[in-house]
Design a protein around this ligand. Structure first.
Ligand code: ATP
Ligand code: MG
Length: 468
């Protein structure tokens, strides 16, 4: 008891020091601090039934640490929504009235991140908890407000701290504007989010058209969260989406990429892509996805790939974004590959030209990070080698570090009807066979013999130069 009391006294002192020292630099508007949460409904445990055991150690320690230091601190956003839906949140965000510097001073293992809007990452072993200071409206009339809005209404910058009421107002959906205090187990609900979640509804806070104009990514979030959580997008929230779809064109490609990645890895990719299509949002996101989905073979391939990814995510197996993007764009590669061969290129150079063309076209809208596109090219580049089943080539292919991904990719091609099933089965059997049995599987080498042959050990049937 005494220890706790001392801690509180000590911490409230250190909070004061922190406030005075940071006053000159922080953009925090102190007048708006600690406004009563008069507008919020207080939902008690008996009504929300959140299981506190689903909270992470980091979430509890961070809110406790901040509260002991005299600040307000709540679990906020997606985590509270997921807790209400009885799902274990994948990460925890904390909202507080402490400035980033103040948060940083409370936790030894923490660091301030972000240039535009500074957040604090607090570390506990493998877990990182993200702490953000309550944010105000980009329309706030204050001298510290350096917000910038484009003519389209899109917010280019909003950098202003605010109070909890404002923080709730600038969140996207009612279900995402909930604040849970693990100490009291009370949920503060500013926009009737608990009722919406209980009714299975995803509803935009404020005027949906204005909110989408401010940030068109909210349209993608509506689709993704609705598919992932099984919430129905409320009618007024859904209606403007097809009309505003073009606004996504103004969003920086790197942000679109991050959002699409979340969508593809949500465990509900197939459903999300169908919903994107239904709302006319897929055009321009993966510029070629719409083309792909209109070719029966391409559609079958993409759907199999998405289903495969969803199954893996739901079984908590790792998934590779490179593999997924490679599947989404494969049929475009096939078209371009054929085009270059028809122009007289040999198979392998034609494939490389096709891969580069597809990646470059894609990059105009949705930049795929280099670290992913390099692997995509490796997976694509190996496909041609599965057709070579003679001599030493199959041996060197299964030794390739990307063999496994390329083989999984091959199986999808077979399952979708692009290649005969027999080819995939041959590779499955070849990989599991040993010694002579393996040798016996090889097909006769019909490849033209190389003129300059250096290897003397294995004559005749071996083409021992690898393709790449
Ligand atoms: P997920 O379960 O995928 O993490 P999430 O809703 O938690 O979903 P985050 O990107 O982690 O998504 O965002 C955390 C919170 O920040 C959201 O719950 C929401 O309150 C707010 N938020 C995120 N993106 C936006 C946005 N574009 N506009 C307004 N509020 C947003
Ligand atoms: Mg989240």
């Amino acid at each position: 008891m005494i220890k706790k009391l001392l801690q509180r006294v000590f911490n409230s002192k250190s909070k004061k020091t922190a406030e005075t020292t940071s006053a000159a630099t922080a953009t925090h508007n102190k007048k708006t601090r600690r406004k009563p949460d008069s507008k919020a409904k207080r939902i008690l445990k008996k009504d929300h039934r959140i299981d506190r055991n689903l909270l992470s150690v980091g979430a509890i320690k961070t809110t406790e640490g901040l509260q002991n230091a005299g600040f307000e601190a709540y679990v906020v956003g997606g985590a509270v929504r997921d807790l209400l839906l009885k799902k274990r949140p994948k990460d925890f965000d904390i909202a507080t009235d402490a400035t980033p510097e103040e948060v940083n001073r409370v936790f030894r293992r923490s660091r301030i991140i972000g240039r535009r809007f500074r957040l604090v990452h607090v570390m506990y072993g493998d877990e990182t908890v993200e702490v953000s200071t309550f944010r105000g409206s980009h329309l706030a009339d204050s001298e510290q407000n350096d917000a910038k809005v484009a003519d389209s209404g899109r917010i280019l910058r909003d950098n202003v701290f605010g109070d909890q009421v404002e923080d709730a107002l600038r969140r996207d959906f009612t279900a995402n504007a909930l604040y849970y205090d693990p100490a009291t187990e009370v949920v503060l609900d500013f926009h009737d989010g608990v009722a919406d979640i209980q009714a299975g509804v995803l509803r935009m806070i404020g005027d949906p058209v204005t909110r989408y104009r401010e940030d068109p990514v909210r349209m993608l979030r509506a689709i993704r969260l609705s598919a992932k959580l099984g919430l129905k997008i409320e009618q007024a929230t859904e209606a403007p989406i097809p009309k505003l779809a073009d606004a996504l064109g103004d969003v920086p490609p790197s942000r679109l990429f991050d959002e699409m990645l979340k969508l593809f890895l949500s465990g509900h990719a197939l459903e999300s892509v169908n919903a994107l299509r239904h709302h006319g949002l897929h055009h321009g996101l993966l510029p070629m996805l719409d083309v792909v989905l209109e070719q029966p073979m391409g559609e079958r391939f993409v759907k199999l790939a998405l289903k495969n990814t969803d199954d893996r995510v739901l079984a908590e197996k790792p998934v590779s974004p490179s593999f997924l993007f490679a599947t989404l764009l494969w049929h475009e590669v096939l078209v371009a590959w054929k085009k270059y061969q028809d122009l007289g290129e040999n198979s392998i150079p034609a494939l490389h030209l096709a891969m580069n063309e597809v990646i470059d076209t894609q990059a105009e809208k949705l930049a795929i990070h280099k670290r992913f596109s390099a692997t995509m090219k490796e997976i694509w580049g190996l496909q041609v080698r599965f057709e070579q089943r003679a001599g030493k080539r199959p041996y060197s292919l299964i030794e390739n570090p990307r063999y496994r991904a390329a083989y999984d990719f091959l199986l999808l091609r077979c399952e979708s009807g692009e290649l005969p099933m027999e080819l995939g089965k041959w590779w499955t059997d070849f990989a599991s066979a040993e010694g002579e049995k393996r040798q016996a599987m090889l097909l006769p080498d019909t490849a033209p013999k190389k003129r300059r042959r250096r290897s003397r050990k294995k004559p005749a049937a071996s083409g021992n130069t690898s393709v790449e």
